[in-house]
Write a protein that binds this ligand. Structure first.
Ligand SMILES: [Zn+2]
Length: 292
């Protein structure tokens, strides 16, 4: 089992739904060349790349336990959701998320806030669950915190073409309808030890979550990075980016800021344990073991 991260009186627990080789590396990173992949294969394999050149990815949430709140950052894929273009996420019916939450000592009733780093299908799924044919909030007491421009962007797309964004229909709009959403700016200060950092590019108004205080802190990245290959090459964009050049600028800026700090990166899509400290590596960055 993956260990929680302890930052004084705060702990961060991974809640894993899935881990495996989901996407072909060359398709996932459209500008990745065969030569570059060959050059990096020795350090990427076996942890980050499988023998068939598929990226090893984790689908997970993180729970932040503070003395006052239990906060879930992101909400994986969810159950019973029609995702016909992604067979490995289509109509899932799994108890892995719930069991992983239980391993952190929690049930859905214990979550006070859900923070959505962005509104992609693999980050909003457990926002809702199916109950008597309706999508209802999974976490009965939670407020769901979303960035304003992110929500505007996706609701406009849903209005234009609902079939292109089914996860907005079943996992975001029911939260708004239930009046559970708290809409904020992507630099929102939730408290003196939980702060949003705007990390735009992968989506229009993506944020990461900085937890703790200087000297004992962690950054939950969300999808500002998907693979350590994007540490070595910060400008390497991924297939679903809203603005890949902006995502590259964001990565460089964030890694420059933290590369001499003890800040632990909790990289949502890195395979477990998904944590590391970022350090310079040539013109890019690497992740080193974060022994806590
Ligand atoms: Zn994602």
């Amino acid at each position: 089992m993956t260990m929680p991260i302890t930052l004084k009186d705060i702990t961060i627990h991974p809640v894993i739904e899935q881990q495996g080789p989901f996407f072909d590396a060359m398709g996932f990173f459209p500008k990745l060349t065969k030569e570059l992949l060959d050059e990096n294969r020795p350090w990427l394999q076996p942890a980050f790349l499988d023998p068939a050149d598929k990226l090893m990815l984790c689908i997970q949430s993180f729970v932040i336990k503070t003395p006052h709140h239990n906060i879930l950052v992101d909400a994986c894929v969810g159950n019973h959701k029609p995702r016909p273009t992604r067979p490995f996420w289509h109509m899932m019916n799994s108890d892995r998320f719930e069991k992983s939450l239980a391993a952190a000592g929690l049930t859905v009733n214990d979550i006070d806030y859900v923070m959505c780093t962005h509104l992609h299908t693999d980050h909003v799924g457990w926002n809702t669950k199916l109950e008597n044919g309706r999508w209802v909030p999974t976490f009965p007491k939670a407020k769901y915190i979303m960035a304003d421009r992110e929500l505007e962007h996706w609701t406009a797309r849903q209005k234009d073409n609902p079939d292109s964004v089914p996860w907005i229909t079943d996992s975001v709009l029911p939260i708004i309808a239930a009046k559970r959403a708290q809409i904020v700016k992507s630099d929102f200060a939730f408290s003196d030890n939980v702060q949003f950092i705007p990390t735009p590019g992968h989506t229009i108004d993506h944020f990461s979550v900085l937890v703790g205080r200087a000297g004992a802190d962690a950054l939950i990245t969300g999808d500002m990075i998907h693979s350590p290959l994007q540490g070595k090459y910060p400008e390497l964009g991924m297939m679903a980016d809203y603005d890949s050049p902006q995502a590259g600028t964001t990565r460089r800026k964030v890694f420059d800021r933290f590369c001499e700090e003890p800040t632990v990166m909790c990289a949502t899509h890195f395979p477990a344990p998904s944590t590391g400290r970022v350090r310079r590596w040539g013109d890019g960055f690497k992740f080193v073991d974060a022994a806590i």
